[in-house]
Design a protein around this ligand. Structure first.
Ligand SMILES: [Zn+2]
Length: 307
């Protein structure tokens, strides 16, 4: 399973517009609420405990006093019959140490937290982070500039002036491993830590298919011409709202050079080297992203010849 995928919750999307039902779940003592502070989820227990760490799903009421009036409380879904919500407590100044959450746990950025909890809880973090982040950035109507209001338990915003509706966005990104015989292509972004190489990636543009975006990005970033493109898997990536679309692409040759504007370097690596890299070894100072990234799974799947 790829991190941020595989949520255990039933999204029960048909219930979102039933505000009475949402409100009763919100008050139901058996429901669970995940406090999110400045986009960081609550984790339970003392810091530096060994993973997996428990996600800070609390009974309703405990975190409520920390949330300002109108702070987004988003219905994430049902765990059996229990409602699960995410509550934005960003207005509190230090909720891990002061107030009703003091002593329960600590807040961590979503990327780090997702690597500390179970794979199921990581998916809940991803959903909560992407939605609260979207609400924080969409308080005003892009059409007329007037304030917008949260609707449907967090899955819509409505402009109070022009009535335009706005929906949580998902931005498709292609991420692809070009291969040629027994080698695959990896690149190093200019902002990457030294030695870190990954699969190449880029946003899908309007009017473009996934395959076209894969071919364009590989040509733009590495001057690599590819033929067959095959789909591998997708990964929700809540930084802030991407859907990573993993693909394999068959290169026509090993000619490649990095576009100076986008990448510091591209390299072909042999399958045996790729195998060592996914085991966490460094080869010639090279390393690949950790398993939280779909790039790791693309490289691993190809390196182990599972594709
Ligand atoms: Zn408007």
């Amino acid at each position: 399973m790829i991190p941020f995928a595989g949520s255990p919750l039933n999204r029960a999307s048909e219930k979102r517009t039933d505000s009475n039902w949402i409100e009763s779940k919100r008050r139901d003592p058996s429901s669970l609420v995940l406090p999110m502070w400045r986009l960081e989820p609550l984790l339970l227990g003392p810091e530096k405990s060994a993973p997996p760490i428990k996600l800070g799903l609390l009974r309703p009421g405990i975190a409520d006093s920390l949330a300002g009036a109108g702070a987004p409380c988003i219905f994430l879904g049902l765990d059996g019959d229990r409602g699960v919500f995410a509550l934005d407590v960003s207005e509190a100044s230090d909720p891990a140490n002061v107030g009703p959450l003091a002593g329960l746990g600590y807040f961590r950025d979503a990327r780090t937290a997702a690597q500390m909890v179970s794979i199921k809880d990581a998916a809940i973090i991803g959903q909560a982070k992407a939605l609260i982040d979207w609400h924080q950035r969409h308080g005003f109507c892009p059409r007329c500039g007037a304030p917008t209001k949260m609707m449907d338990a967090g899955y819509r915003r409505l402009c109070g002036k022009c009535n335009a509706e706005h929906f949580p966005r998902v931005d498709p990104v292609v991420i692809m491993l070009a291969t040629h015989g027994e080698a695959c292509l990896v690149g190093r972004g200019k902002q990457f830590p030294p030695g870190m190489f990954s699969a190449l990636a880029g946003f899908v543009e309007p009017g473009e298919t996934i395959e076209e975006a894969v071919r364009r990005e590989l040509m733009e970033e590495a001057s690599v011409k590819v033929g067959e493109v095959t789909y591998y898997a997708t990964q929700p990536w809540p930084f802030p709202s991407s859907l990573m679309i993993g693909c394999f692409a068959k290169a026509e040759s090993r000619d490649a050079h990095a576009d100076d504007n986008e990448l510091a370097e591209v390299r072909w690596i042999e399958r045996g080297v790729a195998r060592e890299l996914i085991e966490g070894k460094q080869v010639d100072g090279l390393r690949v992203p950790p398993p939280i990234a779909i790039a790791y799974h693309l490289i691993k799947t190809w390196a182990l010849d599972e594709k």
